[in-house]
Design a protein around this ligand. Structure first.
Ligand code: ADP
Ligand code: ZN
Length: 632
């Protein structure tokens, strides 16, 4: 016996679609469109056999055939001799009937029915059929798509972006001159590939840009492609990583295929650490998908020849977690560090981004640059944009220093909210902030106070005391031990004031962020700068430390349990010593603090200059504060 595989499932599949549809169709029709035959009066009907009988009996006078409705109107002689019209349903094949009618010499008329209900029914049926076909097509298409998707995921949803012309030039990038210089070479490679290949030079394939977010890595890559006049392909590492294994790898393949077809060109991979983490050391027990993607990336970079004219630029802020294989020759063998901008860099960036903005002549870009250490290029661009928005909202013609100040507070601290109503909470916040502000003013190595305010900010900030940092020290990273100690003391000043004025029971959780900063600073003193009794040892590798006190100091432990305990002791000792000092200074200046708090509750913001004036009426200001008080 021959079995035919395949035929059966096929039929089954069709019936699976048709059965529910056909049923639906019938239900619909019976509900909305009662067929004309059913609508007829039953008593008016004559069955087919009765009709044949009447023919035989010679009682039929005339037959009117309606081929469309497949029925006939029959005129017969009624019981009392009059002519009666009756309807008969016919079969499809009527030739035998017609022969018989002719034999009996009964006149036949053919009349197409113009029954309205019937026409409507036909139209409605037609519409229904169309709808059903449409619906069916939709279902089939969708199911086909669903089954096809699993196979061609990466292809159909490639997420890389292409820009034929980025329009970005090196002129648009400021403050990172070293990186720009190094990349200048890459521009030449892309522009004049032949010149290098002619003498047998191998062109590098990959460049790794290392730097914290917003320092302009993407902008730099775009500028390279803009300067070289080649297309810019970009994708983010996080977009490679999908739920489905194999998707990332196929995206890499697609991207490189397209890039090679369009060489010379530049491929930019942002956040490469999302795929390029060390293999096997995966957080959460290894990640097959990520490793496959990484392997594919490595294969692609091996695969294209040195002179294919495709240069890959990748960006990361975590070079330490990257798989070493990525850094091997022929891959990302060039590393360029993109630092946070220094004072000069910030000035340059502000200059670039103020080109298309209307600045008031009183705006000093130098002053802004001086007040913004630690901000990235993206932060600065955002600052000027926020200031422009504020200016427009205030119906002003030009951006003034006032808008820039407000914008700076907004991006560094948060949107300002309505002042609190007078309450115990407001008093407590005032004491906390005055505690910080007073120590900023009285400590010898502190940078001067810019302002103290109790206008709350979005994100749960009740108020703040703000300094004008010494930009030279922040930019160079050469913090002195005395400066860091004073900084810790200042940071503890808020909690110290709460404790001295309100007592242990009233101390709030509002200082938790202060305490975190204190731990980080103290830990960095011990483990990175060798500023404790443990001696001049770097106990932690210095990598992604961005800005003093911001780095997460608990990352890489390269010491024993015993040393860890000693570190903790040192950190505690530093923090406690500073806390004691802060409390003592608060106690000694209680009358001054009460006065400042009253003023702050009334005015809600006190500028540094005014603050220093009041303090100087009560006590001696350190020399540094007197000199730099002209800063703001
Ligand atoms: P990254 O890629 O390093 O995270 P981006 O290149 O995306 O940073 O920077 C975001 C934006 O910030 C840029 O589009 C640009 O407007 C601005 N920006 C950052 N750095 C600079 C710089 N050095 N010069 C000019 N603008 C910059
Ligand atoms: Zn505080």
């Amino acid at each position: 016996m021959k079995k035919t595989f395949g035929a059966k499932p096929h039929r089954k599949r069709i019936s699976r679609y048709f059965l529910p549809l056909a049923t639906g169709w019938m239900i619909l029709q019976s509900v909305f469109l009662p067929s004309p035959t059913l609508a007829q009066n039953k008593s008016n009907e004559l069955s087919y056999s009765q009709f044949l009988q009447k023919i035989e009996q010679g009682e039929v006078e005339r037959v009117e055939l309606d081929p469309r409705a497949n029925s006939a109107i029959v005129e017969i002689i009624g019981e009392s001799g009059e002519t009666v019209k009756r309807e008969v349903q016919l079969f499809d094949e009527n030739s035998a009937l017609i022969t018989r009618l002719r034999d009996s010499k009964i006149p036949i008329d053919v009349e197409a029915s113009d029954n309205n209900a019937e026409t409507a029914s036909i139209i409605a049926n037609g519409v229904l059929i169309l709808l059903l076909i449409g619906g069916l097509a939709l279902i089939i298409r969708r199911s086909a798509k669903a089954s096809g998707q699993a196979m061609s995921f990466g292809k159909s949803r490639a997420r890389y972006q292409v820009e034929d012309q980025t329009g970005v030039r090196f002129d648009d990038v400021a403050g990172i001159d070293e990186a720009k210089e190094e990349l200048q070479e890459v521009v030449t490679f892309l522009k004049e590939t032949e010149r290098f290949t002619a003498v047998g030079a191998k062109i590098p394939k990959g460049v790794l840009l290392v730097g914290s977010p917003g320092t302009g890595k993407t902008l730099l890559a775009k500028a390279v492609s803009g300067e070289a006049g080649v297309p810019f392909y970009s994708i983010s590492g996080s977009e490679f990583v999908e739920m489905f294994v194999g998707v990332g790898a196929s995206r890499v393949r697609d991207l490189f295929k397209k890039a090679k077809e369009n060489a010379p060109c530049l491929v930019f991979i942002d956040e490469i650490d999302a795929v390029g983490r060390k293999r096997g050391a995966g957080v959460g027990g290894g990640n097959d998908e990520r490793e496959q993607t990484l392997n594919q990336l490595l294969t692609e970079m091996n695969g294209f020849e040195e002179n294919a004219g495709v240069i890959v630029i990748a960006a990361t802020n975590r070079p330490d977690v990257l798989d070493p294989a990525l850094m091997r020759p022929g891959r990302f063998d060039r590393q360029i560090t993109v630092d946070l901008p220094s004072y000069k860099g910030r000035l340059g960036i502000l200059d670039v981004h103020s080109r298309n903005k209307k600045l008031d002549p009183d705006v000093s870009l130098e002053a802004i640059a001086r007040r913004t250490p630690g901000l990235s290029g993206a932060d600065l661009a955002n600052l000027l944009n926020e200031a422009a928005i504020l200016t427009a909202r205030r119906f002003k013609e030009t951006i003034t220093m006032l808008e820039i100040d407000d914008a700076l507070d907004r991006i560094t601290i948060g949107l300002s909210l309505n002042p609190l109503l007078d309450s115990k909470k407001k008093r407590l916040i005032a004491y906390h902030e005055v505690g910080h502000a007073l120590l900023m003013t009285l400590l010898e190595h502190s940078d001067p106070l810019n302002k103290v305010t109790i206008i709350p900010r979005a994100g749960g900030v009740g108020g703040f005391a703000q300094q004008n940092f010494n930009e030279d020290m922040v930019d160079s990273g050469l913090y002195t031990r005395a400066w860091i100690i004073d900084r810790i003391t200042i940071t503890l000043g808020g909690r110290a004031a709460e404790k001295e004025i309100f007592g242990d029971a009233e101390v709030t959780a509002g200082a938790s962020n202060d305490l975190k900063v204190v731990s980080n600073l103290a830990r960095e003193m011990v483990t990175r700068y060798g500023m404790s009794d443990l001696g001049p040892l770097a106990l932690e590798s210095q990598n992604d430390q961005v800005f003093l006190g911001r780095g997460d100091a608990n990352q890489h432990n390269e010491y024993s349990e015993e040393v860890a305990t000693k570190i903790d002791q040192q950190v505690r000792a530093i923090a406690l010593r500073c806390y004691e000092k802060a409390r003592q200074m608060i106690r000694e200046n209680r009358a001054l603090i009460d006065h400042l708090v009253d003023l702050l509750l009334y005015e809600e913001t006190i500028e540094g200059e005014e603050f220093r004036k009041i303090v100087s009426q009560y006590t001696q200001l350190p020399k540094k504060q007197l000199v730099s008080s002209g800063n703001q």
